[in-house]
Write a protein that binds this ligand. Structure first.
Ligand code: PNS
Length: 171
């Protein structure tokens, strides 16, 4: 059901990202977006631009799958190359993104316009919940690997995999 208690349109949305790792902010966007679209694909980019991911593709997909297992219209996939091509390949209607703070807007606007010019797909933005407006994967990783407590910022299954990864790296 959507927010008005009506069945959602049979539309397909794609929520792309690096998810390195997924945070409570990501999960909040996924849960809210799943109410508005018939079918939501969480699409993990294989090689994030500019940086090597800390978590493997398999780890990132597994973490999200565990977190969305109770959302029947959400599935997790990965993609390589241009998001615009992947959107066309999956015959999706819209890209979904979260917007945390004003500084996100500049980059998101040019990305959304580029994706529309490449594949005529619109991007819809959900404002991040204010509890997570400061939460990014990179800040979570930095604080966690320096010994800080991030348990309130990531889902429990993600916390477990992060602890395993830290133990492996410290060995
Ligand atoms: O979680 P992130 O790192 O902000 O996600 C960025 C992502 C994966 C959405 C973006 O890097 C992307 O779409 N990459 C695919 C390559 C692509 O299409 N680049 C051109 C975008 S205009």
């Amino acid at each position: 059901m959507n927010a008005n208690g009506r069945p959602p349109k049979a539309s397909r949305a794609i929520y792309p990202g690096s998810f390195d790792p997924p945070t409570n902010g990501h999960l909040d966007v996924i849960a809210r977006a799943s109410r508005y679209f018939g079918d939501l694909i969480v699409a993990v980019v294989v090689n994030p631009q500019k940086r090597e991911p800390m978590f493997t593709l398999e780890e990132r997909e597994a973490m999200i799958r565990e977190c969305v297992k109770d959302l029947p219209n959400v599935r997790v996939e990965h993609f390589r190359g241009l998001l615009a091509d992947y959107v066309q390949d999956r015959e999706a209607d819209v890209i979904v993104k979260g917007l945390r703070v004003v500084s996100d807007f500049e980059n998101e606007m040019s990305t959304a316009l580029m994706n529309r010019s490449l594949s005529d797909v619109d991007t819809m933005f959900l404002m991040s919940d204010q509890r997570y407006s400061f939460v990014s994967s990179s800040i979570v990783k930095e604080v966690f690997f320096l010994g800080g407590d991030v348990a309130a910022l990531v889902p429990a299954p993600v916390m477990r995999i992060m602890e395993t990864k830290r133990a492996t790296l410290n060995r």
